[in-house]
Design a protein around this ligand. Structure first.
Ligand code: F6R
Length: 365
């Protein structure tokens, strides 16, 4: 039941602090400050030369965030592709690699076909699934469950942030096993992760200011999303979520790609959502944002207090997020992006939980 919520999507967004906590407790022992899995892995991160990821839609975007994490923190090269491309690409694979699949339903046809291709090509098969009795789970050597509970809204919200929480745990484990972080550094990361549910709760409180922005967005035809680093996949997720439930045309670009084409679209009728926590990419993203402002694009900046302080643009909307450790920002910044899509669609009066033309589980290619 939806309880006091208007839609399942709204309810599921608000469940995130709890289900993330629950999911994390399956991977992390907060008392000892260590990642600890419930069962032994059939492979070791230590000897891995490559991870190959494949998934669809929002699950693919979770994998894209994890590519940045695995490469930066655990120093493992990651290949990632949408499953519908990967399955036919005939990618050469070195035996003994790890193939990681991400799927809420565990039944997505293209993801399953990619899994079978990787098995035939001598890879270890691991999957992050929400439905543990699913086909993808059954055909995997290792299963990393998300404990998000049933997700009813067609637009994925809590499954996405739980997927990211599992991936982050695996990244920390991989970094430790590969000797890239010390015991102290692992404890620091685990301490940061332990604060995730609190940050998510704080982000949920931004629902009201975001509603005001959403009211305006519900009247436009096109929206652009920009981000750099792990905020780039978040931009992709923002555009996907908005398209799915509001039917507004939205596109996402890596902020640095702006001048290679999409800037031609910018005029006073084009809102641009800029995702820019105050991290190492902030200054560069903001200079891209200024190029948008100079062409009268309407900017919606999603940043933290420090980022808001450093923003010199007068005429722009700012969503001020709590300051969070950099490694957590892709999870916490998923919230304003979900809320923006949700409230925009709600103003438009679309069927938020069952958007036209979409199915929750895509079992045909
Ligand atoms: C987006 C969405 C879809 C799914 C995609 C994969 O909100 O729900 O893009 O993420 O169809 O589905 P699963 O995770 O079940 O493989």
């Amino acid at each position: 039941s939806k309880g006091n919520y208007k839609h399942f999507m709204e309810k599921e967004m608000h469940e995130q602090p709890e289900v993330i906590q629950h999911t994390l407790s399956n991977y992390i022992d907060f008392a000892s400050g260590k990642v600890r899995l419930k069962s032994e892995l059939p492979f070791s991160f230590k000897d891995l030369r490559r991870i190959t990821m494949s998934a669809c839609g929002t699950a693919y975007i979770a994998g894209l965030v994890a590519k940045y994490w695995f490469e930066r923190y655990a120093r493992i090269p990651v290949d990632i592709d949408v499953a519908s491309e990967f399955r036919y690409r005939e990618a050469p694979m070195e035996e003994g690699g790890l193939s990681l699949f991400i799927s809420q339903s565990g039944e997505t046809a293209d993801t399953l076909a990619s899994l079978r291709y990787c098995r035939e090509n001598g890879q270890h098969i691991a999957s992050i699934v929400n439905v543990q009795e699913s086909t993808i789970a059954r055909e995997s050597d290792a299963i990393f469950p998300t404990i998000a509970g049933p997700e009813i809204g067609v637009a994925s919200t809590k499954a996405f942030t739980c997927q990211l929480s599992v991936l982050l745990s695996l990244v920390i484990l991989a970094a430790r096993e590969r000797g890239k972080i010390t015991v102290e550094e692992e404890a620091e990361l685990v301490q940061a992760v332990s604060e995730l549910p609190k940050f998510i709760r704080q982000a949920l409180k931004l629902s009201e200011p975001i509603t005001h922005i959403a009211r305006r967005l519900s009247k436009v035809d096109n929206i652009l999303y920009l981000g750099r680093g792990t905020s780039f996949p978040l931009a992709l997720e923002g555009a996907l979520k908005l398209k799915e439930i509001s039917y507004i045309h939205a596109e996402a670009y890596a902020a640095g790609e702006l001048k290679h084409g999409p800037i031609a679209l910018i005029d006073e009728s084009m809102p641009v959502v800029v995702i820019a926590p105050f991290d190492g990419s902030y200054e560069k993203t903001v200079s891209n944002m200024q190029e948008v402002a100079a062409r009268d694009g309407q900017i919606i900046l999603i940043t933290d207090e420090e980022g808001a302080k450093h923003n010199s643009l007068e005429d722009c909307d700012v969503v001020v997020m709590p300051k969070v450790p950099e490694i957590l920002s892709p999870i916490v910044y998923a919230l304003p992006i979900q809320l923006l899509a949700y409230h925009t669609a709600d103003f438009m009066g679309t069927d938020v939980d069952q958007p036209r033309n979409l199915a929750k589980s895509v079992t045909v290619e």
